[in-house]
Design a protein around this ligand. Structure first.
Ligand SMILES: [Zn+2]
Ligand SMILES: [Zn+2]
Length: 91
């Protein structure tokens, strides 16, 4: 069982219990996804080949790799797209 304090809702409430929308929804398992600050997609796995490829391009330009961060998918899916490689590629 997830601790509710560790489970902020996508509407900005601290916990789902405080949110009028989420309160009544069934609790679904949240998906953790990975992304780099400079990218436009998020990834199911942190060592996705597409993510690594993007980082490689930064290397080739002599730039600094962006830090790989993580987020809950429901919080990030409105601003970024799913990576098709690691979400659909292996199926
Ligand atoms: Zn909510
Ligand atoms: Zn990916």
């Amino acid at each position: 069982m997830l601790d509710d304090d560790e489970n902020p809702c996508p509407h900005g409430e601290q916990t789902r219990k405080h949110c009028a929308v989420c309160r009544d929804l069934p609790v679904t398992k949240r998906i953790v996804v990975h992304f780099s600050a400079g990218g436009t997609h998020y990834h199911r796995i942190h060592d996705c080949s597409a993510l690594e490829y993007g980082q490689q391009q930064v290397d080739d330009r002599g730039g600094l790799r962006a830090e790989i961060k993580w987020a809950y998918e429901d919080l990030i899916k409105d601003t970024r797209d799913r990576c098709t490689v690691c979400f659909y590629g292996a199926e």
